[in-house]
Ligand binder design. Sequence first.
Ligand SMILES: Nc1ncnc2c1ncn2[C@@H]1O[C@H](COP(=O)(O)OP(=O)(O)O)[C@@H](O)[C@H]1O
Ligand SMILES: O=C(O)[C@H]1O[C@H](OP(=O)(O)O)[C@H](O)[C@@H](O)[C@@H]1O
Ligand SMILES: [Mg+2]
Length: 386
Amino acid sequence: MEEKKSSSSVLIEHKAYARIGLLGNPSDVYYGRTISLSIENFWACVRLQPSSDLHIIPHPTHDLVNFDSLSHMVKRLENEGYYGGVRLLMAICKVFTSYCKEQGIHLHDKNFSLSYDTNIPRQAGLSGSSAIACAAFNCLLDFFNVRDKIDVNIRPQLILNAEKELGIVAGLQDRVAQVYGGLVYMDFNKTMMKKNGYGNYTQLDTSLLPPLHLIYAENPSDSGKVHSAVRQRWLDGDKFIISSMEEVANLALHGRTALLEKDNAKLAVLMNQNFDLRRRMFGDAALGALNIEMVEVARSVGAAAKFTGSGGAVVALCPDGPSQVEALTDACKKAGFTIVPVKVVPSVLNEMDIRSLVMKNRMEISGPQTPKANVFTLPCPVENVR
Ligand SMILES: Nc1ncnc2c1ncn2[C@@H]1O[C@H](COP(=O)(O)OP(=O)(O)O)[C@@H](O)[C@H]1O
Ligand SMILES: O=C(O)[C@H]1O[C@H](OP(=O)(O)O)[C@H](O)[C@@H](O)[C@@H]1O
Ligand SMILES: [Mg+2]
């Protein structure tokens, strides 16, 4: 669903898709590198309707405030926490407004109502949180007609700032995948991040990807909580965490080559190493028994597996092909996990978005194919092109 008309007087709707961290996560939180993809399987949708007052509309189930009983309420809080999407909508409005003010971007004074819906499994490491913020951000860009004034490169950081505003520890990979769509190689090296405020984001040909499967279970986990202890250790200069994060970041570097060479066996090895490194850094208690079991079930049939995000869902690759996929499907069903084939979303950037890239750009072809309309390497700042 896209914007119906670019005007402040009509209904505007935007979707943002769930993302899979294929390699390198969570090093995005630590000046690392990742390869991530947007998937069609799940999305959040935000609707902006012009209105006389400014109104943020709670979702009937995700922002539940009416319960059958006290025990129903407590159970709900224990499973899903206190918060829904309302705080994300408010935070993105705040960040958007502050950024525009700071940049001297004029915003008209008309009001609107914001509502959302999502089918992204809640807090399952599929970027359900940033999908809500990203879809809302796109609505604001169109309502205020400022899409050409806010550089695509900076948008993921603004969306991340909304979650930072709420005290959620998170990195940029989710927001980059959602702002660009498709398959994106991301380099968050510190010098570049400090200099530009964003990393180097390169869209790769989505046909480089082998068939992937998504495994998930009803098991919400709070990514902010999962991350906070490791983040603190990293900030305190813990050598083990620092060197392990560097190793994780290198997996994305090698993974990019493996993708370009269509070396699925190599990709499988890198994915497994990625999970093993995460497990060593975070520890089993923080990762959760059910999440670890999902990886182990996949590995029991020889599939490679790792978390898509901080926990709740797993991405699996069957390097041996269809018979292994069949065995994986059976194993997941037996264990009570849902498994679905991954459907990749092509690039979601439109012409105006691309024009908003303010730096001098260079087109570069990634992968063995000739670029198609939705398959190209993003124009990168010249000084950052290797
Ligand atoms: N499906 C959802 N519906 C409503 N709010 C959500 C949903 N998923 C996440 N949120 C909001 O985002 C916050 C952070 O969620 P997070 O743990 O990052 O989940 P995810 O892995 O889906 O991104 C939650 O505390 C909640 O406020
Ligand atoms: O730990 C990770 O891999 C990711 O965790 C968060 O994503 P989520 O979908 O909320 O689990 C975080 O926002 C990402 O930046 C991390 O890479
Ligand atoms: Mg999140």
